[in-house]
Design a protein. Structure first.
Length: 251
């Protein structure tokens, strides 16, 4: 009998209480104010999401702060997330639903003026489209101060492809910062696979943290039971990682 190893994303994850109790997280460089993390002069930002909800989970608080300060925001929705229900939902209907959830979430963040560009690349199929994605991101990020993208070490192939494409494509004048998502699930405090030495904390204002929580609540397709024993994509334990008063970014 062979032993079946679960992918780290499918295995039980690290409880948020473990992260909360880890002094290393609180010790990451940060600042007393969200706008004082080398981000004070950001007047425009492109946010790259591999799937609808990545942008909110990983950087929704910062997006809210930037929107409140009048920064120009552009969301590049790389896929429409049609693959999240493992065949238990009609892909076209699911894509439509998730796209609408993104629009509602932007409104919740106070970022409804962001322009949304949907690339329509295949969910769970980005690895074969990296060059095409990189070319699109080079074009779509030109002239922006900041590019926020999924972390290229996140252990989700679509996230890693989106992060690599952003790092590769975005011009020097635009600062690239990556946000981890699944890392909070599969890693444990001090995990050597995470470049903690480069990470920094972005503290969120109370209104921004509240807006982020409301925005996460817009993604019912991801927090509801998918049926067939699959459970939700985002369990309550996973969501707990994203309701902190800080976000962590990796240069
Ligand atoms: Zn994702």
């Amino acid at each position: 009998m062979s032993r079946i190893e679960l992918h780290p994303i499918d295995a039980p994850g690290t409880d948020e209480s473990a992260w909360a109790a880890w002094p290393g997280l609180a010790a990451l460089p940060g600042a007393a104010d969200t706008r004082d993390c080398g981000l004070a002069h950001v007047a425009s930002a492109v946010i790259v999401a591999a799937h609808p909800d990545d942008e909110v989970l990983g950087a929704g608080g910062l997006m809210s702060v930037l929107a409140a300060s009048g920064a120009r925001l552009r969301l590049v929705a790389v896929t429409d997330g049609e693959g999240s229900h493992s065949g238990r939902a009609d892909p076209v209907a699911l894509a439509r639903r998730r796209t609408a959830e993104t629009i509602a979430a932007l409104r919740a963040l106070g970022a409804e003026t962001a322009d949304v560009i949907r690339l329509g690349l295949p969910d769970r199929g980005l690895a074969d489209r990296e060059a095409e994605l990189a070319a699109a991101l080079a074009r779509l990020s030109a002239g922006f101060d900041l590019c926020l993208a999924p972390w290229d070490g996140d252990m989700h192939p679509d996230h890693e492809t989106a992060g690599r494409a952003a790092r590769r494509a975005v011009r020097r004048a635009t600062r690239v910062l990556c946000y981890p998502i699944w890392m909070w699930h599969w890693a444990s405090p001090g995990d050597p696979r995470v470049p903690w030495g480069r990470a920094f904390r972005v503290p969120l204002t109370t209104p921004a943290a509240g807006r982020k929580r409301a925005a996460i609540g817009c993604f019912a397709s991801q927090t509801e039971d998918r049926g067939g024993g699959l459970g939700p994509v985002l369990t309550a334990g996973m969501v707990a990682h994203f309701t902190r008063a800080t976000e962590v970014l990796l240069p």
